[in-house]
Write a protein that binds this ligand. Structure first.
Ligand code: C2G
Length: 129
């Protein structure tokens, strides 16, 4: 079967994340999501509202996701692709071109982001309530 791998923080899980994961699940037989740990998010300069363990729990509850693994560094992708026999690495197109070096290991795809939704927008929206 065709295994797909994607990476992300997935903070404040929202429809943009769901629609990406659904599209990815429709492209193969197994979808693996590497969820950024709290420590790696600090490295990414990204502050999260929801702790890693809860972000993993939410991803594992998503019908489109078959497995969740930790993302602890930028450099783990080639090893993950080998470990899980990944056929396709895919991300939203805010990452367009950034991971093209992975084409030596597997297919690489960037999918259009869902418009008008982001964790940042959600945080701003909640503050106005
Ligand atoms: N996404 C989307 N549409 C949105 C918001 C996010 O399609 N409206 C996608 C992003 O393009 C990404 C995934 O959802 O592919 C997860 O988004 P983030 O949690 O913001 O991921 P990010 O912090 O960019 O982490 O090594 C890669 C990094 O870990 C990616």
């Amino acid at each position: 079967g065709r295994t797909i791998l994607t990476y992300g923080t997935f903070d404040l899980f929202h429809v943009g994340h769901v629609r990406l994961l659904k599209r990815l699940a429709d492209l193969g037989d197994k979808l693996i999501v590497a969820c950024s740990t709290d420590e790696f998010n600090t490295l990414k300069g990204k502050r999260t509202a929801i702790p890693y363990a809860h972000r993993v729990e939410v991803l594992e509850a998503c019908q489109y996701v078959d497995m969740v693994i930790p993302e602890t560094c930028w450099e783990q992708k080639p090893k993950d692709i080998a470990t899980y026999n990944v056929d396709l690495f895919a991300m939203g197109d805010d990452w367009e071109g950034k991971f093209d070096e992975l084409r030596q290991y597997c297919d690489v795809l960037y999918l259009p982001r869902t418009e008008n939704i982001s964790t940042t927008k959600l945080k701003e929206l909640i503050q106005t309530m």
